[in-house]
Design a protein. Structure first.
Lengths: 111, 496, 684, 185, 528
């Protein structure tokens, strides 16, 4: 049993990569939920996107998905860039209006 | 290869037209730079052309760009709705005083709307998971910016940051779900996903997680409980034209996307017994999940709306509730249900836009969105208030308005499939909804305005737009055969 | 022919009502001549009809019907025709004459008595309505129509009692009369429904035939008894029988001629008429109940009458007592005697009331002249010595008093004697000896209190504070009716034998109908009963004369000769006296029982202690208004409260859900992830 | 399937050694990626966090290389490290007035956040670990650029074009949000 | 029987002529108040004339109820038709109007009360145009419900009444009008939703086969719903005595009970009545309440005979409670209008008791009571309105001695009150009599207890008469003017009807006899 587990450890396969991506995803989620700073939240989102991309690449390597996975990952990177640009622009605007980028201080509307 | 692309382009004119419009708007904006609404009319013309091109696609049932997207009656139906909504939004924008300080930026404004329309067109047509995500992001990114378009207004700025944060996280989660779905099925298009699942579900747990994560993303767009939290804040903050657009167009587009995705991917084609029935894969009871969410949406949306004073926020919660009613049709898993959804969104389009439009007219004159400030308006602007009353009772679902027909079909579908508990919840929440809709009416008509009593005068143009919305709401309440026929005809999806 | 005639009799007063209500004030003399003329016409025709009926059509009943409503599809089973019909038998013919006669006399009397009243024509209009309704009761051939006219006399009584509605006491009395009557009527209605539900008909004849054929309501004799007793409830209300007798004394708030007509002679006798009408279906049990109710009523009312000082109240209780007699008579099976007492009582009691009216009229005018508005014109303590000033009134009054006391040579002796004989016979047949004992006791009491009234009013010295020099005899239009009634109170009109009526024309005309109920439930048959009566007749006669004489003598001893002090007697009887004076606390009891019903008997007792004075509390009204307060509370608090509670809950949930909407995006993320996990577990 | 088939298969030993090597590299990069990511999440200093993210994303790029996705790895480095992160750093600079004070960022909702993220992590890890995968033998590739290029111009033409529009729209949108206009305050 | 004018059936005329009125009223300028009022009066007057024509030509011997061929003045046109779809069949909603013995009296009542409502609305001065537009819309709704034979159409008309009523109470009402209006709206709306659900369930359960084309057609036609043969096998409401049928019956019953209103669904009524302006109270009590019992008879009873029989005692018990409870509550009220409102609860209880008996007498009595109660409460509310107009007071204890001051008014009021009290010779008696008689054959004890309600009724009515009309008149009221000519126009027809139907009800009973007997037979035979 132990040897099989060791052997499993020694042969990084699809599961390994998926688990790395799972950890990245959770860390991203944690950052998103817990950090006050908008930019930190954005960085958390980038982690989430990267974890998804890692999945795509891993699947493209280990399943019949082949290059389609890589293709999707490329598009995701592009979209992430676009989204980050817009997000940062909005952050700048927020900063101009509120003089803060702490998310929990920006709540005029509730209820 | 090349023929495929060339053929596809032949079936891609509406989208191309939108992109062209987008470019024309930018260029025109650069050239004109005048603070009037010329740009609006140019955009309106572009949209009209697009609309005509959409209508030309009637009857097509084909796949384009290597199964990336489909052009089928189902997509055309939703494109028609989206175009109608967009046309109205442009007309609203022309009349909106709120946008006046930003007149010099109308080019960007329309360009972003064009981007959204493109995204939504792709949402209703795409059959590829990548394109779905792309279209989704396209729509989102444009709407993030649009929500903050009146950026000097603090609420608008706040709305846009909340929107993008929420949206980015939701779409991130959805992307993760898509990655898992693609991984376990080794297919990128929804037909492939279905084929793979039909061959056997190897990884049920991962599939569940994937479906749930995708629901998180789409649920965000539809603003269905429990993924709705952004909606009230964003709706309240965004300029009213954009709020209306978000509440109507992007919600409807997401509904279309969800129907296509779920119907094509997660249904067991092999075990079809009755035409029009959707058997789901055994053990994959996503309709129960949706029923649960629909019930939550109806309850939470309607109850929370009770306490709202800002008309936009109230309508936001109301639109959350309406998302619940729409999902009810989804739960039924028959073509009945989908027809009901299509009828619902068609009716919803007019009545919701109408309500937002009147709210905008009042906001133009009174500079307020508070329902309390509507007191006595019934005597100062009788026509608008009567129209508002009609829109609101249509939203409640009272005959003889379109809203009643919408509810009738949704309830009917649910009853015929035996979802009695869900219908009961829907019924009770409908009664509750009456409370807050009628509160607006009450304020308008039952009170004397404090001090001011001179009539509010609206120009003829704005009245024409009002009637363009009012007449369908009343007409479809009495004679709705064409809508039903249209919806039934549009049930056809490519590949099904 | 006779049917058409009866229709004219019936509708003539109605015509008077319609004309007077719409055009009364425009007619000369406000139309009193018109109404009086019409009723005189009715009377004349009734008399003709009676004679014709007795001579030409003695044994048969004359009927005529007209369809009122058809229910259901005529072609289908279960359809039903509701007819309006007229039936003239001897009972009805006699009753017609009684009603029209008294009514006519009252019309005449009122010309004097009501002269100058604010609503003079309205008064005559209502009299017409009453006469119409009463004649309807007499003429009808079915229970439904009976009930309809029954209610109509109730409403005319209500209108007339409340004639002087500016007085709170008058409108209170009117309400009380109607509502108490309604209680009885509701019972009667249920009784009618029982019969109708079983037999699908209202007609007396058809019902009797069906029962005779062996059909029972819901196949049970208990229901038949119930039907009888419930219909009798109507009579209990209308004839002011215990326990619904409380309204009649209050009804004296109405004009005195009305008291004479409605609350003495005719309407209250309708109950007796009703019992006589439905007699064939009354089972032995029902009859026993009826007899006892009659007896109790007679006794209670007589004991109250002894101590009253209001001249009209004394007469009112006397009326109740006499009605009890009649009911008891019918109950024991002395059918003809009971009905005969109705007829004789009608004349002398109407006479007594009109005489009292004459006295009150005179007193009132006298006091008015002196500008005395405080002295009660109806209190016998303020009278006395009127004999010389009002001779006609006095002498007629004396005749009536003798008649009611059952002194020989009067009509009252004849009928009362027969009833007492009947009770004695019933006692021998069934062993219920209490009934004759009460009967004779009441006879004595009647003689006593009537002579007390006579003496205190007319004899002796004037007892009041102001002198009554101005009292003068009433005008002719008032005294002539008194004289007519006085004449009619003599024996000769009913039987040529002053000591026995059974050989007279009346007994020949009115025969006890045969019972149709199943044999086991039948009372003693006519023949058996008749034999018993014959054997007891002499005994009854002797006893009744003796007891009446004793009563008269005692009254004379106390009030005329002052041999016995009334005050000492009162104080020695103590509790009995107070009870009688306070009408046995019926009003108070009705008020208190329902109010404090659930709280317990202690509170009732305390209430007795605290409330000696008659607060003119309308018992039923108090109860119901208390209950209604509770039900209003229930409505506002519980029923509405539940609705409001759900509204409140809805709102609270809304607020709560609003709280979730914190406005902080990161809190929303928590919700998303949390719902994600929850949904996942729901999903799998 | 486009792309050249792998001709020369490695011998068993070579394969074994490669496997060991790849395992070592995998763990090394995993530690780098996850470690920097964790540092980023928990770091109080936002600039440090940004640099930690650079390391983490570079680690991901390295993992891409291990997965034979050379072009994607290059893009990752170019776009992320060269683009997005610079953007983020600029963002930090522009929105921070006083570098000594405001670099520290506070956390909120730490307890529910860690509980929920932990739960998600456990859930995902368990599910992935428990899953039985039928993987195909990884096909070694020389490079993916050619194939990707072909696909981009064929099957993925539409997304490619749409992505272009998306970028255009995003750029204009970003400009709209971040610039001041002439008559704006 | 068909009557047409310009090719349009008389029922369409009578239903939609108020809509013509609405348009004319809206086109008139605000200032021409008298013109607006006259248009309303003319339109409702025409309705009365049309009702008279219907009364004259109505064939008293035709069955109606579930037999399309024996309905009269029938109009049926295709409205919504969706062509056949494989798994559902054809879908059909028709414009289907017709009357039978059950509805003809209600049509006449509606026309009459509407007209009288207009007359008594004459002195409403606030926003005359809006008032009459809404009023006429309301009239269309009411009339439409009584003549629709298609459930969908029925429902639309049913709901069309809601909003005008809401506004009429809410804008022209008393101080607590918004509360009353929303309460009315919400209660009724809850009921409507339940009815909507049942309607849909019925729709999916009922399909008939077109004999000509052989198509299976789903329809909202009420008459088809009455035929057990039309229920699709396995559908939710198929079969007899199933749980779902009982549930559906109950849902419908709650809807109608709210409208009637039966205890415990009645609490909207006093509020609505108190706050509504007089003519609206007249309409509300005179016509709207009848919609509830009419609905029971038109829809619940014949479509669900099994449920009706099953819940017979339940209905009767509620009716009994309403009779007694309503009467008690009425007695406790100080507000004249509230008193009458509660008396309506009591009197409508009698209707339900009668119809729940499921025999001819009870049914005839019940339907006649619907008509009579409509007339009587109309009079009573007008009575309150008159005194309120003059004194701006409504408390029963505020008055006294009015009889001396306003004799004509008192006469009218007392006739109305006596009719409510069930005095023979006036119409209320006849219908109460038959209702109770019928009920007694079916439920002995419930009826016996209910009958005690008439005692309480007598008590509170007499007490009210005493407090308002009798006694000495306070000085402030000595100068009150008696009824004006216009007020007399409103009162006289009603008073005449009260007396006429009290003395000779046969003309009214003849109208409905055949149909109601057929209805009873239909129910007792379980729908065959």
């Amino acid at each position: 049993m132990e040897s099989t587990f060791l052997q499993w450890l020694a042969e990084p396969g699809l599961t390994h990569y998926l688990m790395v991506s799972a950890i990245l995803f959770s860390l991203g989620l944690l950052a998103v939920i817990s950090r006050k700073n908008v930019i930190m939240v954005l960085m958390g989102v980038e982690l989430i996107l990267n974890s998804a991309n890692l999945n795509f690449i891993a699947f493209s390597r280990f399943t019949e998905l082949a290059l389609d996975g890589q293709m999707i990952a490329l598009f995701v990177i592009i979209i992430a860039a676009a989204e980050a640009a817009v997000a940062l622009a909005i952050v700048l605007n927020i900063y101009n209006r509120f003089k803060t980028i702490n998310l929990n201080e920006i709540s005029l509307m509730k209820g | 290869m090349v023929e495929n692309i060339l053929n596809s382009i032949g079936h891609f004119y509406p989208e191309i037209s939108i992109v062209v419009t987008l470019c024309v708007v930018i260029i025109a904006d650069l050239l004109l730079k005048r603070e009037n609404h010329t740009i609006s009319w140019i955009f309106l013309a572009g949209l009209t052309v697009t609309g005509l091109l959409v209508l030309q696609q009637t009857g097509l049932n084909t796949s384009i760009f290597h199964d990336m997207a489909a052009v089928d009656p189902f997509a055309v139906f939703f494109k028609v709705i989206l175009i109608i909504a967009s046309l109205f939004i442009v007309l609203f924008s022309i009349n909106s005083r709120e946008l006046d300080p930003y007149k010099s930026r109308l080019g960007e404004y329309y360009m972003l709307i064009a981007g959204m329309i493109l995204g939504m067109f792709l949402m209703v047509g795409s059959t590829n998971l990548l394109l779905i995500y792309l279209a989704f992001e396209m729509t989102s990114i444009c709407s993030y910016v649009l929500a903050g378009f009146t950026k000097r207004a603090l609420k608008s700025a706040e709305g846009s940051i909340k929107y993008i944060m929420y949206g980015a996280v939701s779409s991130g989660i959805m992307l993760y779900g898509i990655s898992l779905l693609i991984g376990i099925t080794a297919a990128t298009d929804i037909y492939g996903v279905n084929a793979s699942l039909a061959a056997g579900i190897d990884q049920p747990m991962i599939l569940y997680i994937a479906i749930l994560m995708i629901i998180v993303g789409i649920g965000f767009k539809i603003a269905v409980v429990p993924f709705h939290f952004w909606a009230p804040d964003v709706y309240e903050g965004a300029p009213i034209t954009i709020t209306a657009f978000l509440a109507v167009a992007s919600k409807i587009a997401a509904v279309a996307l969800m129907i296509r995705l779920f119907k094509v991917s997660f249904m067991d084609t092999a075990s079809v017994q009755i035409i029009g029935d959707w058997p789901i894969f055994e053990g994959l009871n996503w309709n129960m999940l949706l029923a649960f969410m629909a019930a939550l949406a109806m309850i939470a949306g309607n109850l929370t709306a009770l306490k709202q004073d800002n008309i936009k926020r109230m309508l936001a919660y109301s639109s959350i509730a309406h998302a619940g009613y729409i999902l009810m049709g989804f739960v039924v898993l028959t073509d009945e249900g989908i027809t009901a959804i299509m009828i619902y969104v068609f009716m919803y389009l007019f009545m919701n836009l109408g309500a937002f439009y009147v709210a905008m007219l009042f906001s133009n004159k009174l500079n307020t969105e508070s329902i309390e400030k509507y007191k006595g308006l019934g005597f100062r602007a009788p026509m608008e208030c009567i129209a508002m009353t009609v829109f609101l009772i249509a939203l409640t679902g009272l005959p003889p308005t379109a809203g009643f027909i919408a509810k009738l079909y949704i309830f009917g579908a649910a009853i015929s499939a035996g979802w009695i508990w869900l219908v009961l919840i829907a019924g009770i929440t409908t009664v509750i909804s009456l409370f807050y809709y009628i509160r607006v009416v009450k304020n308008m008509f039952f009170f004397k305005s404090d001090g001011i009593s001179e009539p509010l005068v609206f120009d003829a143009g704005s009245k024409v737009i009002l009637f363009m919305l009012l007449i369908p709401v009343l007409l479809f309440g009495i004679y709705f055969t064409p809508i039903i026929e249209f919806a039934r005809y549009s049930l056809k999806m490519f590949g099904m | 022919m006779l049917i058409q005639l009866s229709l004219i009799i019936l509708l003539a007063p109605m015509l008077g009502f319609l004309v007077l209500i719409f055009a009364g004030k425009k007619l000369p003399r406000n139309g009193d001549w018109f109404a009086t003329g019409l009723i005189t016409l009715s009377f004349a025709l009734s008399l003709y009809l009676l004679i014709t009926k007795l001579t030409l059509h003695h044994g048969e009943a004359i009927t005529g019907t007209m369809t009122w409503v058809v229910l259901g599809n005529a072609a289908e089973a279960g359809s039903l025709t509701v007819p309006f019909g007229i039936m003239i038998d001897n009972l009805a013919a006699v009753m017609l004459v009684v009603v029209t006669l008294i009514s006519m006399l009252v019309h005449f009397f009122s010309v004097g008595y009501m002269h100058g009243d604010v609503r003079y024509s309205r008064y005559y209009a209502y009299l017409g309505l009453f006469s119409f309704s009463m004649l309807g009761i007499v003429l009808t051939d079915n229970l439904l129509m009976m009930y309809i006219f029954w209610e109509l006399v109730g409403i005319s009584s209500y209108l007339l009692i409340g004639h002087w509605y500016e007085k709170k006491s008058a409108s209170n009395a009117a309400n009380k009369a109607f509502i108490v009557n309604r209680i009885g009527d509701a019972g009667m209605f249920i009784g009618i429904m029982i019969l109708f539900a079983s037999f699908s008909t209202f007609a007396f004849g058809a019902i009797f035939d069906t029962v005779a054929a062996g059909n029972l309501p819901f196949n049970s004799t208990a229901w038949l008894t119930a039907a009888g007793v419930l219909i009798f409830c109507g009579a209990v209300g209308k004839s002011a029988q215990f326990p619904l007798h409380v309204w009649l004394p209050d009804a004296m708030e109405g004009p005195t001629p009305i008291s004479a007509l409605i609350h003495a002679a005719t309407m209250v006798a309708a109950g007796v008429y009703l019992v006589a009408r439905v007699f064939p279906i009354l089972t032995a049990d029902a009859l026993l109940i009826i007899a006892y109710i009659g007896a109790i009523t007679a006794l209670i009312a007589a004991t109250i009458a002894i101590t009253q000082f209001d001249i009209k109240k004394v007469l009112a209780y006397s009326t109740i007592s006499q009605l009890g007699y009649m009911i008891m008579g019918l109950g024991v099976g002395a059918y003809t005697a009971g009905f005969m007492h109705l007829v004789t009582h009608a004349s002398f009691k109407a006479g007594l009331f009109l005489g009292a009216g004459s006295v009150i009229y005179a007193m009132h005018n006298a006091l008015h002249k002196k500008n005395d508005h405080h002295t009660d014109a109806q209190d016998i303590r303020n009278m006395g010595g009127l004999k010389s000033r009002m001779p006609v009134t006095y002498w007629t009054f004396l005749i009536f008093t003798l008649a009611i006391s059952g002194i020989p040579l009067t009509s009252g002796f004849l009928s009362k004697d027969e009833i007492l004989a009947g009770t004695l016979a019933f006692g021998t047949l069934s062993g219920h000896w209490l009934l004759p004992i009460i009967g004779f006791a009441v006879a004595g009491l009647t003689a006593f209190y009537m002579f007390r009234l006579l003496i205190l009013t007319f004899h002796g010295k004037h007892a009041g504070t102001t002198s009554l020099d101005d009292v003068v005899e009433s005008p002719k239009v008032m005294t002539i009716p008194l004289m007519v009634l006085g004449a009619l109170s003599l024996f000769v009109f009913y039987s040529f034998n002053p000591f026995g009526a059974s050989s007279g024309w009346f007994f020949a005309a009115i025969e006890r109908p045969a019972s149709v109920v199943p044999a086991l439930m039948q009372p003693a048959t006519s023949a058996v009963f008749h034999d018993a009566v014959s054997s007891m007749h002499t005994l009854a006669m002797v006893l009744s004369i003796l007891i009446a004489a004793a009563g008269v003598l005692f009254a004379l001893a106390v009030y005329q000769w002052n041999k016995v002090s009334a005050d000492r007697m009162a104080s020695s009887l103590g509790f009995m006296y107070r009870g009688s004076l306070n009408k046995w606390y019926f009003d108070e009891m009705y008020g208190s029982v329902f109010v404090n019903g659930t709280i317990g008997i202690t509170k009732i007792l305390r209430w007795f202690d605290e409330n000696i004075v008659d607060g003119a509390v309308n018992g039923a009204a108090t109860v119901t208004s208390r209950i209604s307060v509770v039900s209003r509370w229930f409505d506002n608090t519980v029923v509405d409260g539940l609705v409001n509670l759900s509204a409140r809950l809805t709102e609270m949930t809304g607020t709560l859900l609003g709280k979730i909407q914190t406005g902080k995006v990161q809190t929303y993320f928590i919700y998303i992830v949390f719902s994600f996990i929850v949904l996942f577990f729901l999903f799998i | 399937m486009p792309g050249k088939p792998a001709n020369d298969k490695p011998t068993y030993d070579e394969a074994n050694r490669l496997m060991e090597l790849s395992a070592i590299l995998f763990y090394a990069f995993t530690v780098l990626t996850v470690g920097s990511a964790a540092y980023m999440v928990f770091s109080k200093n936002i600039v440090h966090a940004a640099f930690a993210l650079i390391f983490s994303l570079s680690g991901v790029a390295a993992l891409y290389v291990l997965l034979y996705a050379d072009f994607v790895a290059a893009t990752q480095i170019l776009v992320y490290v060269g683009g997005i992160l610079i953007l983020i750093l600029f963002g930090i600079m522009l929105t921070t007035l006083d570098f000594t004070e405001n670099l520290k960022t506070v956390t909120v909702n730490m307890l529910p956040a860690s509980l929920l993220s932990g739960a998600v992590a456990v859930l995902l890890l368990y599910v992935f670990f428990a899953a039985e995968w039928t993987t195909i033998v990884p096909a070694d590739r020389d490079g993916t650029m050619y194939d990707l290029g072909m696909m981009l111009m064929n099957e993925y033409l539409l997304p490619f074009q749409i992505a272009g529009v998306l970028l255009l729209v995003a750029i204009i949108g970003a400009l709209l949000m971040s610039t001041r206009h002439k008559n704006e305050p | 029987m068909e009557l047409q004018l310009f090719g349009i059936g008389i029922l369409t005329w009578i239903v939609f002529i108020p809509i013509v009125g609405v348009i004319i009223v809206l086109l008139l300028p605000d200032e021409k108040r008298n013109a607006i009022r006259s248009v309303a009066a003319a339109v409702t007057g025409i309705q009365v004339i049309l009702a008279g024509i219907i009364f004259k030509y109505f064939d008293r011997s035709m069955l109606g109820i579930n037999d399309a061929s024996s309905f009269q003045f029938l109009e049926q046109y295709k409205w919504i038709t969706v062509e056949a779809v494989p798994w559902v069949g054809k879908i059909e909603i028709t414009y289907f109007l017709g009357i039978d013995g059950l509805s003809v009296l209600m049509v006449i009542l509606t026309a009459l009360i509407s007209f009288i409502g207009v007359i008594s609305s004459w002195n409403i001065g606030k926003m005359v145009k809006g008032y009459f537009a809404l009023y006429l819309l309301l009239v269309t709704g009411m009339m439409g419900v009584f003549v629709s034979l298609d459930f969908f159409l029925f429902f639309i008309f049913w709901e069309v009444m809601l909003l005008p009523m809401y506004f009429l109470i809410g804008i022209w009402g008393g101080p607590r009008r918004e509360y009353a209006a929303i309460k009315f709206f919400l209660y009724t709306f809850v009921g409507s939703i339940l009815m909507l659900l049942v309607m849909l369930a019925l729709y999916f359960s009922v399909a008939y086969t077109n004999t000509a084309t052989g198509e299976t057609i789903h329809t909202f036609n009420i008459l088809h719903m009455m035929n057990p043969a039309n229920y699709v096998d396995g559908s939710i409401l198929a079969g007899v005595d199933t749980t779902w049928r009982y549930v559906a019956w109950m849902a419908l019953f709650i809807n109608f009970a709210i409208k009637i209103p039966l205890f415990p669904f009645h609490t909207w009524l006093p509020d609505a009545h108190v706050e509504a302006p007089t003519p609206i109270s007249v309409i509300l009590a005179g016509v709207l309440l009848k919609l509830g019992t009419y609905g029971l008879l038109r829809i619940s009873f014949p479509i669900f005979p099994d449920g009706t029989i099953y819940f017979m005692y339940f209905m009767a018990t509620l009716a009994m409670i309403s009779i007694i409870y309503g009467a008690f509550c009425a007695m406790a009220q100080d507000d004249f209008k509230k008193l009458i409102a509660y008396s309506s609860v009591s009197h409508m209880g009698i209707v339900v008791l009668g119809i729940a008996a499921l025999n001819t007498q009870g049914m005839v009595g019940g339907v006649l009571q619907m008509f009579n109660h409509g007339i009587i409460t109309a009079v009573l509310f007008l009575v309150v309105g008159v005194i309120y107009d003059r004194t701006k007071k409504r408390g029963v204890n505020d008055f006294g001695g009015i009889a001396n001051v306003m004799p004509r008014y008192t006469g009218v009021a007392i006739i109305g009150m006596f009719a409510a009290l069930g005095l023979p010779g006036l119409n209320g008696f006849v219908s109460e009599l038959f209702s109770f008689l019928g009920a007694f054959s079916s439920f002995r004890w419930i009826t016996i207890i209910s009958v005690t309600g008439i005692i309480i009724t007598a008590a509170y009515i007499l007490w009210t008469i005493q407090r308002v009309f009798l006694g000495k008149s306070p000085d402030e009221y000595l100068a009150l003017p008696d009824l004006t000519a216009r007020e007399m126009v409103a009162f006289v027809p009603l008073i005449i009807l009260i007396i006429l139907l009290g003395v000779y009800p046969a003309p009214a009973i003849e109208l409905m006899n055949t149909s109601l007997s057929h209805l009873v037979e239909l129910i007792t035979n379980g729908g065959n």
